[in-house]
Design a protein around this ligand. Sequence first.
Ligand code: GMT
Length: 378
Amino acid sequence: MKIGIVCYPTFGGSGVVATELGLELSKRGHEVHFITYNQPVRLELISNNVHYHEVNVPEYPLFHYQPYELALSSKLVDMVKLYKIDILHVHYAIPHAYAAYMAKKMLREEGIFVPIVTTLHGTDITLVGNHPFYKPAVTFSINKSDAVTAVSESLKNDTLRLFDIKRHISVVPNFIDLEKYGDHFTDCQRSMMAKPEERIITHISNLRPVKRVQDVISVFYNIQKEIPAKLMLVGEGPEREKVEQRCNELGIYDKVAFLGKSNEIDKILCYSDLFLLPSEAESFGLAALEAMSSSVPVISSNAGGISEVNKQGVTGFLSDVGDVDDMTKNALYILKDEKRLETFKANARAEAIKFDLHAIVPQYEAIYEDTLTKCLVL
Ligand code: GMT
């Protein structure tokens, strides 16, 4: 199949999932075309089967806002025609599903038919899409897609609750390349980051308010009062300055490493003992799955779809949003006992195996085939 993938190319989870999906589809013999405004961050390899087409939005002084969705829909029309793309898979409803629908309509005028698969990732539904400004466009785009998927049962239910949806929504969970996050490192170089007796706690996110990074700091502050520990904070975002300031005020700045945006998540997780994800909202929690794949137990909130990934008392623990005392108690329960920590680590890895990309990517292939067949019949 020739598959066009539209996504946000940045460090966000939806872009990561879309990129890893495209790369795996290409390995499975499909021709994949990424169509977006920058080369996706995890798209390191462009091969015969993987193409990247940049969407340019020409600056024009008359426009107060440069019209990205217009540029994207025009680019989609051109790319579908040039490469004879069979199907478009758009990740994140706004504005991708909307732009794809416009492209589909333009192509129809020329006798070309291209179906659209839309994958909902979370913030496009729960935070942004639900805003009254966007709601009609998001509802329309979902209902006009030829197939719709959501990354968790929780997100599917939220979508059905918040929007007037006439389409069936299939749940296809996020997935992980277990070879990448395995035990392939002979030496994690842990000694570069912490002393042998220190536990390493890690948080990875785009440091937006929804991630509740201040809770990460509170939990870590409580942990290091009881046992020697270091905190790895990975990612960049609007909360960073405030978080640095708080670490200073609490006198723990020297115990916190701000590692910024990183393409070496696997290496960081390799030497981590515990992962913190206290988010306010999370449709799935790809970062938690990445941690678990590296045998790192997770202390998280119970928001959204996290419980579909992090299993209470097995791979870690879940608490109510903001309950930093419960999170601290659970973290110390795991960290204080070497044998218990080893059990949680093994459980985390075992649970992550259920999300192996070899099991999940065929589900997307089946949806593409089914959509193409159904649309050709119509
Ligand atoms: O959570 C983010 O900061 C980024 C956001 C995105 O759209 O890139 O992540 C969402 O999609 C991920 C991949 O499907 C999910 O793992 C995240 O849980 C989801 N984030 C939220 O729902 C807040």
